[in-house]
Design a protein around this ligand. Structure first.
Ligand code: ADP
Ligand code: MG
Length: 698
């Protein structure tokens, strides 16, 4: 393999390539468009497109695509070749500025939550020049935003860019209050840590549940799970190491800063963390990372499972969304800094986040809600469904002292005065001890831990960016015309702490006592997706997004509908898969084994009268009972599933029905079948066991 520095970014039409290949004037004009977010002049677009095409063809590329992120949560692409007819029955390779900048995919089959029916059937894609074009296989991919003709966002990139814009604008107002005249733009940054499972491909495809739903719907507990903690950070198996090596190399070629890899808590579970970057690029990169993980795994006869909870007896997978804010001068605004002024600015940004998380805890919860993630949040797994913020004792004490105008350091009796005192540094190890908090301050960034492993990071970041922008807007409105800045700033910070300290919790998030305490504090505990849904379209949330021009109410409603529908359809598919497995494999297998047992009893008793058949008899009795029960429950589930129809999927009533009527029956069916598995002959069981799945990668 060539060295990392040689291959890094070779498949990206990035800044260096542009500088090398574009005429100076074109490069400068493009940079200006990127910086100002203006529309690209068509003449410049033509030059860029041509140069991109030549570069791509040199890399063996034949096609181009507008790569976009519809509301399915995965990416979409439609390939067109560069060929264009020429004289004499020949072809030439062409790519125009118009084709680069705008596309019109016939996208009527993408979910639109009714948006496209309201307006026009067609959607169009527009190049996001802030995210570089790249090569995948033989295709030049152009990252694009996807909108309806009326301008309604039909994708996950458009609102994300809008949320970054409002956040950048409001943050800049606040930064200016502190006299940072050289700062001209502020951007949010994200580093998503991606968890995943790797399962042997041959074993995986013997399980219809994994194939259809991405998670196991049956499976009794294996003798060993993760109780020995011997997998976390353990030695990486050769086959997995080879997968990781190829993955890293492909990611690096795409300019993705894959940095850390290790084994996670559960057997066969792993994690990849990139170095953080600007939010929209981090989002594109995370989508590509998930896609490449799945593709490259297959080459190693593995399947990469991204579901939030593929196996019931071990921990599920999340995607820790590390979030911060940076200025164009390279200052991280969540870094306490060296001077009292920097500290004051840090405290104000910290308060903006606290206020945002408290005011919009419902929307944060909604943004991470899905049928898959319901098995993590609110179940016996980190983090809980109650949104709270971990700050660490030291920082909490400081806020406490500010709020009460009291001494913060017991020994030195320092009175904390914002803008006058220097804060201590908060090293990562003093702030990162807690692993159960949904939102944790980790020294110079916030780690949002609720997001599920299969989700796009877009939804959560749209909420964080917009909610924090709202806090900052209120702060700037109040402080911009202040006569006595320091005094007003101090008072503002005190007020925010007083009003929002209920969101701070430094204890153990699993604890039942915390659930009680959270209730007393008035924090929401939305355990499931159906519980969250009404908050999605609550007036206060519609107003937030409309005020910041991130979503109009129509766009929110569309997304709400898609979320409901994804939830109910997921449960419907899971239930149908269970029915299929039980009727066609499990009942026949168990019935076959009971016949084997009764034949055994008869033949033994015929051979020797009065012989002891206690194993056979007891097992036959228990299995027969479980068989009858499984049959009864599967009939019940069939009856439940018959209520789903194409026109009721997107309703709250059906989401509630899934939660209250369907899921409990699914659980009962699983429980019954798992009990049967525990006492059935291994040879007669129709599927690979949990043991095979979790320990199958040699
Ligand atoms: P952990 O202890 O949570 O596993 P790591 O150091 O492995 O921590 O991962 C932390 C993640 O946070 C990395 O992806 C890193 O790039 C990201 N990160 C660090 N600083 C920032 C920042 N300023 N903004 C956004 N993400 C950041
Ligand atoms: Mg982490």
């Amino acid at each position: 393999m060539s060295s990392v520095t040689e291959i890094f970014g070779t498949m990206v039409f990035g800044d260096t390539t542009m500088q090398e290949r574009l005429p100076r004037e074109t490069y400068k004009a493009l940079q200006k468009t990127i910086k100002d977010g203006k529309r690209l002049d068509i003449n410049i677009a033509n030059v860029v497109a041509n140069s991109m095409k030549d570069w791509a063809i040199e890399h063996g590329v034949t096609h181009f695509t507008h790569w976009f992120q519809p509301m399915t949560g995965v990416t979409a692409e439609k390939h067109d070749s560069f060929i264009s007819p020429a004289d004499g029955g020949n072809v030439i390779m062409e790519f125009s500025g118009k084709e680069l900048v705008q596309g019109e995919p016939d996208a009527s089959s993408f979910p639109s939550g009714g948006l496209r029916a309201t307006f026009e059937a067609r959607g169009y894609t527009t190049w996001d020049p802030t995210s570089y074009a790249f090569i995948k296989g033989k295709t030049l991919c152009i990252p694009t935003a996807f909108c309806s003709y009326g301008g309604e966002a039909l994708d996950k990139k458009t609102p994300l860019l809008r949320s970054m814009e409002t956040m950048g604008k409001q943050a800049l107002r606040v930064v200016k209050l502190f006299g940072n005249e050289n700062v001209t733009s502020v951007k949010t940054t994200v580093g998503p840590e991606q968890e995943y499972f790797l399962i042997d491909k041959d074993i995986f495809y013997k399980r219809p549940d994994l194939m259809y739903t991405g998670r196991t719907l049956f499976g009794s507990r294996p003798p060993k799970g993760q109780e020995m903690d011997d997998h976390y950070f353990g030695t990486i198996k050769t086959r997995v190491a080879q997968f990781m090596e190829e993955l890293n190399s492909e990611l690096w070629k795409l300019g993705i800063l894959a940095k850390t890899q290790h084994n996670e808590a559960a057997p066969s579970q792993h994690e990849l963390a990139p170095i953080f970057t600007t939010t929209n690029i981090a989002t594109d990169h995370n989508q590509l990372t998930m896609e490449l993980m799945q593709r490259i795994a297959k080459r190693h006869n593995l399947v990469c499972v991204l579901h939030e909870k593929p196996f019931s007896c071990v921990t599920g997978s999340g995607k820790h969304n590390n979030w911060s804010v940076s200025t164009n001068t390279g200052k991280n605004l969540l870094d306490p800094g060296e001077t009292p002024y920097e500290n004051a600015q840090f405290l104000l940004f910290l308060c903006a986040v606290l206020k945002a998380v408290d005011d919009y805890q419902d929307m944060i919860r909604v943004s991470v809600a899905s049928a898959g993630n319901d098995h993590r949040l609110g179940a016996n797994e980190a983090p809980p469904a109650v949104v709270s913020v971990f700050l660490g004792d030291e920082l909490t004490e400081i806020l406490d002292a500010i709020e009460k105008d009291s001494a913060y350091d017991a020994k030195e009796k320092v009175q904390m005065k914002v803008g006058v005192h220097v804060l201590p540094r908060f090293p990562k190890d003093t702030t990162d001890r807690n692993r159960t908090s949904p939102v944790a301050f980790t020294g110079n960034k916030f780690e949002f831990r609720m997001l599920g492993s299969s989700a796009s990071v877009s939804g959560l970041n749209i909420v964080i960016n917009t909610a924090v922008a709202e806090s900052l807007k209120q702060f700037a409105d109040r402080l911009e015309n202040s006569e006595n800045f320091e005094e007003d700033l101090h008072n503002l910070i005190r007020e925010v702490i007083k009003e929002h300290k209920r969101i701070i919790f430094n204890g153990n998030g699993y604890d039942d006592a915390w659930m009680e305490e959270a209730k007393k504090r008035g924090l929401l505990n939305l355990r499931t997706t159906p519980d969250c849904l009404p908050y999605y379209i609550a007036d206060k949330n519609l107003k937030l997004f409309a005020d910041h021009k991130v979503f109009n109410p129509l766009e929110v409603n569309a997304r709400y509908e898609i979320k409901v529908e994804n939830y109910t359809k997921t449960i419907a598919i899971e239930a149908r898969t269970m029915i299929d497995m039980v009727n066609k494999d499990i009942l026949p297998a168990v019935s076959g084994f009971t016949k084997q047992l009764s034949d055994e009893i008869i033949s033994k008793k015929t051979a020797i009268s009065g012989i002891d058949c206690s194993y056979e008899e007891a097992t036959l009795r228990t299995l027969s009972e479980l068989l009858s029960k499984a049959y009864k429950v599967v009939k019940e589930l069939e009856e439940k599933v018959s209520k789903f129809s194409a026109d009721n999927y997107a309703t709250q009533a059906m989401a509630d029905y899934c939660k209250n009527d369907v899921l409990p029956v699914m659980e009962e069916l699983r429980d019954t079948v798992d009990k049967a598995e525990e006492i059935s002959d291994r040879k007669c069981w129709p599927y690979p066991t949990y043991g095979d799945l979790l320990f199958g990668v040699k």
